[in-house]
Design a protein around this ligand. Structure first.
Ligand code: BTN
Length: 327
């Protein structure tokens, strides 16, 4: 991870929050002179950080701006590979496009593209993903999984489990997972996953896992037509979330799920998914290109397909939409 002096100072200040840290201790911990510390403090302040300096007490971090720039994320992140390389964009059409380009070049596994705003955010099935500035998490993770193409749906499923855990850890909210790619809070969509694959029959060259999460999105920021089926963390919590902290938590949980999947296979991920599935053991209607099916949701097959119990027995659904009930 490219850990700059600024990142290190920030990490030490965060660790000591809400207490003071003397200039001497800071300079000792980071390994630069006190004059250099002072210069970096000025830069941090110019970047929106509020740092109190008190004679005989030292420095104290009072306020961090809600930025998703790499140095903010690095100061929270405890992963081996995920998020160790980040490309940050203030504004981009879509983080998916940049991630594809980077993956075709030399991006290592776990590299992440993050934007503060997307002008042409992509949803599943060619839909538009609304990505207003500085309100959400719009990011794409690059994976190089040693699995066959027909197991690709496992990646969306383990991503949903990792995101669920990350959100729950930071917010305490209860998240449900709706097959194949949505995360819900009390039946409203808070996050979507878009998995794009480049590969051949028996190998995946790379996968781009696009994650779009409504974090500090206010009601008035949503297009009217999705207001009754979409929500954000701030709407549900009644307060804003520090996005970099949440990104770090999500990346940590994703890395744990991905490594567990590669080492142990799909089974424990599947169990975790089923224990949080929206409408598990309830009647649902799925819309497929071949027509609708109504039945009881019984979980997943080990291929990642949805298991639906209908009058004739149990059937596997590979591609479909489950409608969210409107409240
Ligand atoms: C869906 O629910 O349809 C999936 C939405 C995925 C949106 C994310 S935002 C980051 C990444 N860049 C994009 O253009 N799309 C994905």
């Amino acid at each position: 991870m490219p850990q700059s002096i600024r990142d290190e100072i920030l990490a030490v200040l965060l660790d000591r929050q809400p207490n003071y840290l003397s200039g001497e201790e800071l300079s000792h911990k980071v390994g630069v002179s006190r004059a250099a510390i002072w210069k970096h403090m000025e830069e941090l302040r110019a970047g929106g950080y509020e740092i109190e300096a008190k004679p005989r007490s030292g420095y104290r971090l009072v306020y961090r701006p809600d930025r998703v720039a790499p140095e903010e994320i690095y100061s929270h992140l405890q992963t081996k590979r995920f998020g160790r390389e980040i490309q940050y964009q203030n504004h981009t059409p879509s983080t998916q496009i940049i991630a594809h380009q980077w993956a075709k070049e030399d991006a290592p596994e776990g590299a992440v593209v993050i934007a503060d705003e997307q002008g042409d955010g992509k949803g599943r099935l060619g839909r538009v993903w609304h990505s207003p500035p500085r309100t959400g998490i719009w990011m794409s993770l690059i994976l190089r999984p040693p699995i066959a193409l027909q197991s690709a749906s496992h990646l969306t499923i383990l991503t949903s489990v990792g995101i669920k855990r990350g959100i729950e850890r930071v917010t305490g909210l209860d998240i449900q997972i709706k097959w194949p790619n949505d995360l819900l809070i009390v039946g409203k969509k808070v996050c979507g996953v878009l998995t794009e694959i480049r590969g051949e029959q028996d190998c995946i060259h790379y996968a781009i896992i696009g994650i779009g999460m409504n974090v500090n999105t206010k009601k008035q920021d949503f297009p009217k037509e999705i207001l009754d089926i979409a929500t954000s963390l701030t709407i549900e919590l009644g307060g804003d979330i520090h996005r970099a902290t949440l990104i770090a938590a999500v990346l940590e949980e994703l890395e744990e799920c991905y490594e567990r999947y590669l080492q142990e296979g799909f089974q424990t991920i599947q169990q975790e998914w089923e224990s949080s599935a929206y409408k598990m053991n309830q009647m649902i209607t799925v819309r497929t290109p071949q027509g609708n099916h109504t039945g009881i949701l019984k979980g997943l097959y080990d291929t990642g397909a949805l298991k639906l119990q209908v009058d004739q027995g149990t059937i596997a659904i590979y591609s479909a939409e489950i409608d969210i009930e409107k409240y």
